[in-house]
Ligand binder design. Structure first.
Ligand SMILES: Nc1ncnc2c1ncn2[C@@H]1O[C@H](COP(=O)(O)OP(=O)(O)OP(=O)(O)O)[C@@H](O)[C@H]1O
Ligand SMILES: [Mg+2]
Length: 253
């Protein structure tokens, strides 16, 4: 791997919550333009990694580099201004506002500290809403749209911030199989259209298999496997983590 293609480097991240080590010495690289699936059973530490990388949680130890720059210790808004943004596992829309207004909040956030005027932010909001397929619902109050649409809106809000690297934390949770496949297509298309580098977090393995270039598997806070989707599903440690030792070797995921 050439060093200059590394967009994000996570180096030996440890996070303790009291006696619980939620993240134990996790390291990985994400190359420019990749979709990397970050998977693992419930409680594996996926959201904790996201919180550590994006500055929402302080680290016990370890470092994070964005384009080679050490961003450990920066505040979440400083990290977002450098082009690293994330969605939230539990979508928290601004209630009482419309879909477009929620996305406008993201569009008003200036990348690199630039000020953005309302007119250009509104134009950007329109463009992104149509890219994610929400143009017809832009004036709906957020309380009136479905979960898949809320997830699209959350993705749109993040895209409006003009990120280069995006952590998507379980954007498919609660979606049915058809919606999962549509959401996967949307993520792949926007990766290309917007030159994004994506870390795609899921605990349902099937949902990430189709869209990830590479997969990193966490279990009990540790990285237990890393490779192509095919490599990780054939990794005995991964099968054990998902199905228990009893089944490892007997079935496919
Ligand atoms: N703020 C916190 N305080 C104490 N423990 C926490 C905190 N946040 C997470 N944990 C614990 O850290 C571990 C990792 O949690 P995390 O939310 O990162 O898992 P996850 O892989 O995102 O799981 P899920 O698939 O359920 O979203 C769990 O044991 C969880 O209970
Ligand atoms: Mg989580």
């Amino acid at each position: 791997m050439s060093a200059d293609s590394v967009m994000l480097r996570v180096d030996s991240l440890i996070k303790d919550f009291g006696a619980l080590r939620a993240t134990n010495d996790v390291s990985f690289d994400v190359r420019k333009g990749e979709i990397v699936g970050l998977i693992g059973p419930n409680g594996a530490g996926k959201t904790t990694i996201t919180n550590l990388v994006t500055g929402a949680l302080s680290k016990t130890s370890g470092r994070v580099f964005l384009r080679g720059e050490d961003i450990s210790g920066l505040k979440p808004f400083e990290i977002a201004r450098k082009g690293l943004a994330r969605t939230f596992q539990v979508v928290k829309p601004l209630q009482g506002m419309t879909v477009a207004e929620n996305v406008l909040v993201g569009a008003l956030f200036g990348r690199d500290g630039r000020k953005r005027d309302v007119a250009s932010a509104a134009a950007r909001t329109e463009e992104i809403l149509s890219q994610v397929g929400l143009e017809k619902k832009k004036d709906f109050p957020v309380g009136a749209i479905t979960l898949p649409d809320l997830k699209r809106m959350e993705f749109a809000r993040v895209l409006a911030m003009e990120p280069e690297v995006v952590f998507l934390d379980e954007v498919m949770a609660g979606l049915n199989p058809v919606e999962v496949s549509e959401a996967g297509e949307l993520v792949k298309r926007l990766r290309t259209e917007k030159n994004l580098t994506i870390v795609y977090i899921e605990h349902i393995m099937k949902a990430v298999m189709d869209i990830s270039d590479r997969i990193i598997v966490l279990h009990h806070g540790e990285k237990i496997s890393e490779g192509t989707p095919k490599e990780v599903v054939n990794d005995r440690r991964v099968v054990e983590a998902y199905l228990g030792k009893r089944y490892a070797g007997k079935c496919e995921i």
